[in-house]
Design a protein around this ligand. Structure first.
Ligand SMILES: NC(=O)c1ccc[n+]([C@@H]2O[C@H](COP(=O)([O-])OP(=O)(O)OC[C@H]3O[C@@H](n4cnc5c(N)ncnc54)[C@H](OP(=O)(O)O)[C@@H]3O)[C@@H](O)[C@H]2O)c1
Length: 279
C-alpha cells in the first residue's frame, strides 16, 4: 500500500470511517488503506509518535481525543482553531497539521435543504462537543444561534465562545417555548435517542417551514425526528454530517473531490448490516 490512514479513539469498534474511506479508495483505484486503532487517553502521545514513525499520511481523531491532541500538533488550521478541537491530522513534510471538518461537514450536509444561512435562526439542543463545532460553523455562515442545554451554564459558555468569534448567540431553557414559532433550523445534538429513548419534550407548535436535524445517525427515525415529522417539518438524520466530515478529511489529505456517493452508500450498507446483525 502506498498510503496509510486511520482513525483513533476510545472506544473505536463502532467507527464507520474505515468502511467509508476504503470504499472510496476502491472506487477510484487509489492505493491506500484505512485502519482503526483503539487508543486509550493515557497512550495518546505514544500513539501519535507511532503513527508518524510508521509513515501514516494522516488520521482521523474521535472521542475522547479531539481536544487533547491539539498540544501534539505542529500547527492548526483556522477550522481547528475555531472548533478548539481536531478531528483530522495530516502529516506534511514531517509536520503534524491539525484540522477540523465536523462543523463544515454539518454545514455542507444541510446547505441544499436550508437554502441560505445568513440572518436565519438556528436553535441547537445540547452544548457538548458536537454542538460546539456545529454552532461555530453555523455562526460563521451568518446564522443567529440559540442554545438550549440541560445544564444551562454550558449553554452560556458556548454563547460566549460564539460571540468571541464574532457570531450572534443567545441561550435559553431546555424546554419548548416561543423559539419554536420562528426557527429556521433546529438541531438535536444531545445523545438522547441513541439507545432508542424518547426525547424529554415535544416540538409541537414548531413552524412547519423549519428544517429539523437529529445528528444521531442510525437507520430509522429517532423519537425526536418522528415528532418533528408529525408537525410537518422536513427532517434529516446525522448521516450527512458523518459523510461530509469524512469527505472533507479525504480532500484535505488527497486533494481532488471525494467520491461522495460511493462513501454515502458504504455508510448506509454498514448501518443496515448492523441493524440486521442486532435483530
Ligand atoms: N453525525 C455525526 O457525524 C456526529 C458527530 C459527533 C457526534 N454525534 C452524536 O452527537 C451526540 C452528542 O455527542 P457529543 O460529542 O456532543 O457528546 P457530549 O460532548 O458528551 O455532549 C452530550 C450532550 O448531550 C446532553 N445530554 C446527555 N444526556 C442528556 C439527557 N438525558 N437529557 C438532556 N440532555 C442530555 C448533554 O447535556 P449536559 O451538558 O446537560 O450534560 C450535552 O449537551 C451523540 O449522540 C453522538 O453520537 C454525531
Amino acid at each position: 500500500m502506498e498510503k496509510h490512514y486511520a482513525v483513533i479513539g476510545d472506544p473505536i469498534e463502532h467507527s464507520l470511517s474505515p468502511g467509508m474511506h476504503t470504499a472510496g479508495y476502491e472506487s477510484l483505484g487509489i492505493d491506500a488503506e484505512y485502519q482503526r486503532f483503539h487508543v486509550k487517553p493515557s497512550h495518546l502521545a505514544e500513539a501519535v509518535e507511532g503513527l508518524c514513525a510508521l509513515g501514516f499520511s494522516g488520521w482521523n481523531v474521535t472521542l475522547p481525543h479531539k481536544e487533547k491532541i491539539i498540544s501534539l500538533m505542529d500547527s492548526l488550521t483556522p477550522e481547528a482553531l475555531r472548533a478548539g478541537a481536531v478531528n483530522t491530522v495530516k502529516l506534511y513534510e514531517g509536520q503534524r497539521i491539525g484540522h477540523n471538518t465536523d462543523g463544515d461537514g454539518f454545514v455542507r450536509s444541510i446547505e441544499e435543504s436550508l437554502n441560505g444561512f445568513k440572518g436565519k435562526k438556528a436553535v441547537l439542543l445540547g452544548a457538548g462537543g458536537a454542538s460546539k463545532g456545529i454552532a461555530l460553523a453555523l455562526a460563521a455562515q451568518g446564522m443567529q444561534i440559540h442554545i438550549l442545554n440541560r445544564t444551562p451554564e454550558k449553554a452560556k459558555l458556548l454563547v460566549e465562545l460564539i460571540k468571541q468569534w464574532g457570531g450572534t448567540a443567545t441561550s435559553g431553557v431546555f424546554a419548548p417555548g416561543d423559539w419554536l414559532e420562528d426557527v429556521d433550523l433546529l438541531v438535536q445534538t444531545t445523545s438522547v435517542g441513541l439507545l432508542g429513548e424518547p426525547f424529554p419534550f415535544t416540538v409541537q407548535g414548531i413552524s412547519d417551514q423549519a428544517l429539523v436535524v437529529d445528528i444521531i445517525f442510525k437507520p430509522g427515525d429517532t423519537f425526536f425526528l418522528h415528532d418533528a415529522k408529525k408537525q410537518g417539518c422536513r427532517t434529516m438524520n446525522g448521516l450527512g454530517m458523518l459523510l461530509y466530515q469524512g469527505a472533507y478529511a479525504w480532500e484535505f489529505w488527497l486533494g481532488g473531490q471525494a467520491p461522495v456517493e460511493r462513501m454515502r452508500q458504504a455508510l448506509k450498507d454498514q448501518l443496515l448490516q448492523r441493524m440486521f446483525y442486532k435483530a
